[in-house]
Design a protein around this ligand. Structure first.
Ligand code: NOJ
Ligand code: CA
Length: 537
């Protein structure tokens, strides 16, 4: 595999900079904090990091509302801090991917400040402006994911602007070629600085329907939320017109032409459309994105059948593309709690990391997942996420997965000497890095050991995948690459479960950090939340 293909089968560790490590005592994590802990990240055996936005921002959406995409927000440091981070990461053999938010900006961005002034300024057509209907109501029925209608009145122009997310996040008008060019210039800025790739925020939201057609209503029994709950009125529509428009394809191809000038630089798109798996396949075919991820494993559904069905659907739809899987990130409840409840045992955390890192594709691991952190219970008074504040109490927002990394079992969790921007729960201190380093049986040690073992088995990194017909609660598949075959099985339950081995000779493997499965003749018994791996031959 040439080095330019490093991303195939890579494990990408996602860092949410506000919550990683605070080095200047303001209660908020920063870039020097990331640099400080890169040795820890390297020790995990991951291939790359993806850093959530650290650009200049009023922080209405904690950095996903960007006022200047070419500069670092002073809260996080400055460009020299970023360069130091990059250099140290590269010295440790870690690739650096950063977030790019192309579809929208902050209202504080110069482009929007100019655009909103009147209907004739040079940037007048850079955002999605539309007249009111005759009765003064918004131009169509589109809803914002973060609550309420997706349109906000601008008195200076006597027009509405579109915001698919917060009112502070106006959508850019990608139908305007100047917008596309300016956006690609911003991407180029970071490529020239030496980054290895991008996670592309809401990449299917760049284009809206130029005719602004209404979205059709969605019946109540079809309102399955993917990144939003069923009681969010955003779920009451089919999103045929406010996103995933066909014009996006040509833009992705332009983006790829730019990326190809920087060999080895990679794109990972965040995709949430009506059929995210089909869109992922479409966006990663031909010369478009390298990889895509969707919310399909970031949901509450948890069964072997669901996971198998999801992976098989993508496998069937994807011709040339490369998948990327995640079971946790900064937008959803932590997987351990989502899938195991409040009392989820450490064995579940160990199994989940091994499971997601065994699927065909690359993987995003979210900071704290290697510690088996459960979701933090953040009280209403401490909430920071506007999404959670709006939809409380039926949806509590995203603060529970964004609390600071617990480095030490101390009052400040070793994160910051100041009051942290979000509280650190007691259960997290008990699972702090320092505690787990000292405990040979910890989730952290099991995570590292599995990463090492995975790297020694190319079939797990690059191989094909074929599922076995197993009954719940066992998920099992065979991965194969250049003659190596690995059987991987996972018990998605607290009770021991049996697996009939497929035909052939299988050599059971001892997986460091994981309880040993019993093998008797053609049958393996997987312990509670256990794993079983075997090599053919
Ligand atoms: C997806 C990001 O992951 C999320 O955190 C953000 O709020 C929205 N896009 C809007 O940028
Ligand atoms: Ca700080």
């Amino acid at each position: 595999m040439s080095d330019n293909q490093w991303w195939r089968g890579a494990v990408i560790y996602q860092i949410y900079p506000r919550s990683f490590l605070d080095t200047n005592g303001d209660g908020v994590g920063d870039l020097p904090g990331i640099t400080d802990r890169l040795d820890y990240v390297a020790s995990l055996g991951v291939d790359a990091i993806w850093i959530s936005p650290f650009f200049k921002s009023p922080m209405a959406d904690y950095g996903y509302d960007i006022a200047d995409p070419r500069d670092v927000d002073p809260l996080f440091g400055n460009l020299a801090d970023f360069d130091r981070l990059l250099e140290k990461a590269h010295g440790l053999g870690i690739k650096v991917m950063i977030d790019q938010v192309l579809s929208h900006t902050s209202t504080q961005h110069d482009w929007f400040q100019e655009s909103r002034q009147d209907r004739t300024n040079p940037k007048a057509d850079w955002y999605v402006w539309a007249d009111a209907k005759d009765d003064g109501s918004p131009p169509n029925n589109w809803m914002s994911i973060f609550g309420g209608v997706a349109w906000r009145w601008e008195p200076r122009r006597c027009q509405y602007y579109l915001h698919n997310f917060l009112v502070d996040q106006p959508d850019l008008n990608f139908h305007n070629p100047e917008v596309q060019k300016a956006t690609l210039d911003n991407v180029k800025f970071w490529l020239d600085r030496g980054v290895d790739g991008f996670r592309l925020d809401a990449i299917n939201f760049c284009f809206h329907d130029a005719q602004l057609r209404d979205n059709p209503p969605k019946p109540a029994d079809k309102r399955v939320g993917r990144g939003f709950s069923p009681d969010n009125p955003y779920a009451f529509q089919y999103h045929y017109y406010n996103n995933t428009r066909p014009e996006n394809i040509a833009f992705l191809e332009d983006l790829r032409r730019l990326m190809d000038q920087y060999p080895g630089a990679v794109t990972l798109g965040e995709i949430s459309s009506e059929d995210s798996l089909a869109t992922t396949a479409e966006y990663t075919s031909g010369k478009r994105l390298n990889m895509g991820y969707s919310f399909e494993l970031l949901v509450d559904d948890f069964s072997a059948g669901y996971i198998r069905g999801t992976v098989e659907r993508l496998e069937a739809a994807m011709t040339e593309g490369w998948p990327c899987w995640a079971v946790s990130n900064h937008d959803v409840r932590r997987a351990v709690t989502r899938w195991g409840g409040d009392e989820a045992p450490p064995a579940l955390a160990r199994m989940l990391a091994a499971m997601v890192c065994s699927l065909r594709g690359s993987v995003c691991i979210y900071q704290g997942e290697e510690l088996g952190l459960p979701e933090a219970d953040v009280p209403f008074e401490a909430l920071r996420d506007p999404y959670g504040i709006t939809f409380w109490p039926t949806f509590k927002g995203r603060d529970g997965c964004r609390t600071p990394m617990p480095w030490k079992d101390a009052a400040d969790a070793g994160f910051s000497p100041a009051q942290p921007w979000l509280p650190v729960p007691d259960q997290h201190r008990a699972r702090a890095v320092e505690r787990q380093e000292a405990d040979p049986d910890s989730v952290l040690h099991a995570f590292r050991a599995f990463m090492r073992w995975r790297k020694q088995h190319p079939a797990l990194v690059r191989g094909s995948i074929r599922f076995l017909d197993t009954a719940e609660p066992v998920l099992a598949f065979v991965r194969e690459h250049e003659g190596q075959r690995v059987l991987a099985a996972f018990n998605l339950s607290a009770n021991p479960a049996r697996l009939s081995l497929p035909e052939g000779q299988w050599q059971p493997q001892t997986i460091p950090g994981h309880a040993v499965a019993g093998v008797d003749g053609g049958e393996a018994t997987l312990p509670s939340w256990g794993v079983f791996f075997a090599l053919a031959g």
